[in-house]
Design a protein around this ligand. Structure first.
Ligand code: HEC
Length: 245
């Protein structure tokens, strides 16, 4: 019995490798306490993603409150649907059926995507589109091969070109795309684009767990309380023991 458990644990890493992509992921290094980054992320999300993806477990109002965007600015700059009210859920008008017809797969809701995929995956994904004329939208993606989504951030990044590597497998040459190289033809240079994607991923991480912001802030208060409480207890102990000695 024990032996089987040992073997199973020994196999776990290779099983995980088999299930996941072999592409190494870049670190997102996003910072949930950076409000300017969250606001920029929200702006990018509403401008570049919301046409296809909803964030239907979030309300505009709550997002504005959490990341410090006043209601009037929220209405003016982030809510594009004239019918939508600030108290509404962040749903978009695209029907799943027509989306599936256009793209082959419906664009999933993104509220929780950072929890499902992880921030590093998202950060890498949005920087891994590359030109591939054989695909319907002319692009492919390294971490999501044959993806049904166009490179929607093309105007910011340009379309990177693929980097190939050739291996000999069973005596035959096999060429694989192993990376992308930015062409620098977009509005942003490489560093600016990475930062923009980091902000977007930051916003998506916040979206997946809005309470995290509060929890982190509360955490500091709890730590401060513990430190002060410890000092009080030490002083108190000294006071009590003075008479005993
Ligand atoms: C033109 C429509 C469109 C826009 C705009 C768009 N997407 Fe997508 N997206 C899709 C489609 C379609 C899929 C499903 C792809 C598939 O399954 O092959 C998808 C899939 C994804 C996925 C993978 C989800 C998963 O776990 O399978 C992520 C992440 C994603 N999109 C993020 C974004 C972000 C971030 C933006 C904004 C920068 C964005 N998308 C803008 C159409 C779009």
């Amino acid at each position: 019995m024990k032996k089987w458990i040992v073997i199973l644990f020994a196999m776990l890493p290779s099983l995980a490798m088999a299930a996941g992509a072999k592409v190494p992921l870049d670190k997102a290094n996003n910072d949930l306490t950076d409000q300017a980054s969250l606001q920029n992320g929200a702006k990018l999300f509403m401008n570049y993603c919301f046409a296809c993806h909803s964030a239907q477990y979030q309300r505009y109002e709550r997002v504005g409150r959490d990341i410090g965007i006043p209601t009037d600015l929220l209405k003016e700059n982030l809510i594009f649907d004239p019918e939508a009210k600030v108290g509404d859920l962040m749903e978009n008008a695209m029907s799943e059926d027509s989306a599936a017809k256009w793209f082959g797969a419906p664009p999933p809701d993104l509220t929780l995507v950072a929890r499902v995929r992880g921030t590093d995956w998202l950060y890498t994904y949005l920087r891994s589109f590359y030109a591939d004329p054989s695909r319907p939208f002319g692009v492919n993606n390294i971490v999501f091969p044959s993806v049904g989504m166009p490179h929607v951030l093309e105007e910011l990044q340009g379309i990177p070109s693929p980097v190939y590597e050739t291996h000999i497998v069973d005596g035959q040459e096999v060429t694989k795309v192993v990376g992308v190289e930015s062409t620098g033809t977009g509005e942003l240079n490489r560093e600016e684009y990475d930062n923009a994607v980091r902000d977007l991923v930051n916003f998506l991480e916040y979206s997946g767990d809005p309470v995290k912001l509060e929890r982190h802030a509360l955490g500091w208060w709890a730590m401060a309380f513990l430190v002060i409480f410890t000092i009080v207890v030490v002083l108190l102990k000294k006071e009590y023991w003075r008479d005993v000695h």
